[in-house]
Design a protein around this ligand. Structure first.
Ligand SMILES: Cc1cc2nc3c(=O)[nH]c(=O)nc-3n(C[C@H](O)[C@H](O)[C@H](O)COP(=O)(O)OP(=O)(O)OC[C@H]3O[C@@H](n4cnc5c(N)ncnc54)[C@H](O)[C@@H]3O)c2cc1C
Length: 496
């Protein structure tokens, strides 16, 4: 077989994509557009990874990720590319709340990841005490706080504005994305706009106000987007598009070994763990390829790269993950008629509750209200970095503690007509200070191996658009349409 991208040659190479989550499927889709042959190998029987379409009481719901950032274009573009454009839908309400200091309080407007640009709405919200507000105001008098090459988000903001704003606003907002510890999370990786501003040495509140005013002037359209029927439809539609373009997808096909040979790769599949079937373990136990895209979480990537890139493997093995659980409940709509307005609420860990957030899904997503007019879907999430003890509870107990917290937060006394618990072990990679340097080291090591690329949630951001972006980058580099990051003669998939 010819190489993936021998200059002047027709592209006929074979690329194996390992991992059938959104990153792997997006990479496969992109690669097929470049004219190569593609095989996707997915360990489980289900495609989509952390995107999962399911149902409760016969109504479609998302059991994993449920919304995607629309200000970054990659995910929305992918949805349009695979025919879901007409089903894209922004949230019906963007009004959210914070359950803190003994009550449900409106999320103050005019912030960037909880960092306020304007103290008036913050004061009116009651999220921060008088003392906390006075401390924020000192931002303007303080000398610049050094940030160096990277800094912990929580520590930096606490130095500028005090701990209260970190604990009651930044932490729950960041928790909604990374489920991470704000005092360890990299500011450069998690909120690059704040990092750039922090480097300038300006008062933080002043810079944030400028950012929020600029964003308001741009009127860029919805910040977030969902899909009628659930975000879980996205990977399935991408998989359909991959198959339609001639790509092969095997589920129940866990890859156990990745070996670089003289002229490409051999990829070993453990057929004993699959259940067989049309798409799955009927395929050969060893697949040969000209190039490989590794789109699996860090522990699996570390195992698979141990032989061909020990240095990348060691870096990957050091990445931490957090586990979480989602409790989805269906109520009779009439039973929750008096539920608070808005799309749900976040819960700061300092308040010592079990749930970290609740989404009023039937309010947030118009399509869900239409699909089940008599039911009201609501979900809670549980589990944070180094605070996963509650995940040891059984499913019934997680439903019970969710209802107890909802009772206190919003006075919900109704019992659900149905509930389900979905556990996401190792759901989210953590981005501690220095994470971007680690990612750069991983990519540099990987690029030394001809015909190998990596993508997924642990590289450029955990959100769906970032995962799709990293998949595009991996695919484009293999196809040779991007040369900037490639060393001459390495990593382009070229071989003798
Ligand atoms: C509960 C939860 C809610 C979230 N909510 C949102 C949200 O609303 N919006 C948002 O933007 N992001 C959200 N995220 C984050 C986002 O969904 C994920 O970061 C993203 O989907 C990860 O995609 P991925 O393809 O990188 O990895 P994954 O989805 O983890 O896919 C990796 C795939 O690789 C497979 N695999 C592993 N090992 C092997 C092997 N050896 N051989 C073959 N296959 C293998 C796995 O089975 C899996 O299917 C959420 C995450 C979680 C956990």
């Amino acid at each position: 077989m010819r190489a993936v991208n021998t200059p002047g040659a027709e592209r006929t190479g074979h690329v194996v994509v390992i991992g059938g989550g959104i990153a792997g499927l997006a990479a496969a889709h992109r690669l097929l557009g470049g004219g190569v042959r593609v095989t996707v190998l997915e360990a489980s029987e289900r495609l989509g990874g952390k995107l999962r379409a399911g149902e409760i009481e016969g109504v479609p719901v998302d059991l994993g990720a449920e919304s995607m950032l629309a200000r970054r274009p990659e995910a929305v573009e992918l949805a349009r590319d695979v025919g879901l454009g007409d089903l894209l839908q922004p949230p019906a309400t963007a009004t959210a709340a914070i359950w803190t200091r003994g009550g449900l309080r409106p999320m103050p407007k005019g912030h960037v990841m909880g960092v306020p640009g304007d103290l008036a709405p913050l004061a009116a919200s009651g999220v921060i005490s008088e003392k906390g507000l006075a401390r924020i105001a000192r931002d303007r008098e303080l000398p610049p706080t050094p940030v160096g090459e990277d800094v912990a988000l929580g520590g930096f903001i606490a130095a500028r504005l005090g701990r209260e704003v970190v604990d009651r606003l930044v932490e729950p907002l960041l928790g909604g994305v990374y489920a991470g510890d704000v005092y360890r999370t990299s500011m450069r990786a998690a909120v690059p706009t704040l990092f750039d501003m922090a480097r300038s040495g300006r008062p933080l509140t002043e810079g944030v106000r400028e950012l929020t005013e600029r964003a308001a002037r741009r009127q860029d359209g919805p910040v977030f987007m969902g899909i009628d029927g659930g975000i879980g439809r996205l990977p399935l539609a991408v998989a359909d598009a991959v198959r339609a373009a001639g790509g092969e997808i095997r589920t129940g096909a866990p890859v156990t070994e990745l070996r670089r040979t003289a002229d490409g790769w051999t990829v070993a599949v453990d057929r004993a763990h699959g259940t067989g079937g049309a798409s799955g373990t009927d395929g050969p136990p060893v697949v040969t390829a000209d190039a490989v895209v590794l789109a699996v979480p860090a522990p699996a990537a570390a195992r698979l790269l141990a032989a061909c890139s020990p240095a990348a493997s060691a870096e990957l093995a050091a990445v931490d993950y957090v586990s979480m659980a989602l409790v989805t409940m269906a109520f009779r709509r009439t039973d929750v008629a008096s539920l608070a307005e808005g799309s749900g609420f976040l819960v700061p860990p300092v308040d010592g509750r079990t749930i970290k957030a609740s989404t009023f899904s039937s309010r947030k997503w118009g399509w869900l209200g239409d699909a089940a007019p008599d039911l009201f879907m609501l979900r809670t999430s549980i589990g944070r970095f180094e605070d996963e003890a509650d995940l040891k509870r059984d499913d019934a107990d997680l439903v019970r503690v969710s209802l107890a917290d909802l009772g206190e937060a919003v006075g919900l006394t109704a019992r659900p007509v149905a509930s389900r618990v979905d556990r996401w072990d190792g759901g989210l990679p953590q981005y501690p200070v220095g994470h971007l340097d680690r990612v750069a080291r991983i990519r540099a090591e990987v690029a030394k191996v001809p015909g190998l690329r990596v993508c997924g949630a642990l590289y450029d951001g955990v959100g769906i658009p970032a995962c799709v972006g990293s998949a595009r980058k991996a695919a484009d580099e293999l196809l040779g349409t991007q040369t900037a990051t490639l060393e001459p003669g390495s990593g382009t998939g070229e071989r003798e």
